[in-house]
Design a protein around this ligand. Sequence first.
Ligand code: 5GP
Ligand code: ZN
Length: 114
Amino acid sequence: MSDCLFCKIVEKKIPARIVHEDADTVAFEDVNPQAPTHVLVVPRKHVATMMDLGPDDDALVGKLFRAGAAIAKARGIDGPGYRVVMNHNRDAGQSVFHIHLHVMGGRRMGWPPG
Ligand code: 5GP
Ligand code: ZN
């Protein structure tokens, strides 16, 4: 999608610190990290929100989570623990409408989230 920030990162039209790429997903450092590890995992395909996922996207969702797990392992946060977040719409604070997993770790997380 031409005016989507994360599509532009996927297409390398704007820079990001990319930490993982495969055929279906791209992961990069969040520009405003909220934890020592804060990586965003996105599908190459533009999907605006979780509500826009269809049955053809089932494998893609699995790939997002498996990419997140690989990043957590590479960062050594799989043992201590980490958090995966997907914000949806206004009340959750979604600000970029191209779905993304926040993979966050390296510190203790509070619960419930704010
Ligand atoms: P959301 O609020 O939609 O759940 O998450 C969007 C995330 O994207 C935020 O954590 C924000 O810091 C990050 N972000 C916004 N603009 C950019 C950018 O240009 N580059 C990178 N790497 N992250 C961004
Ligand atoms: Zn997009």
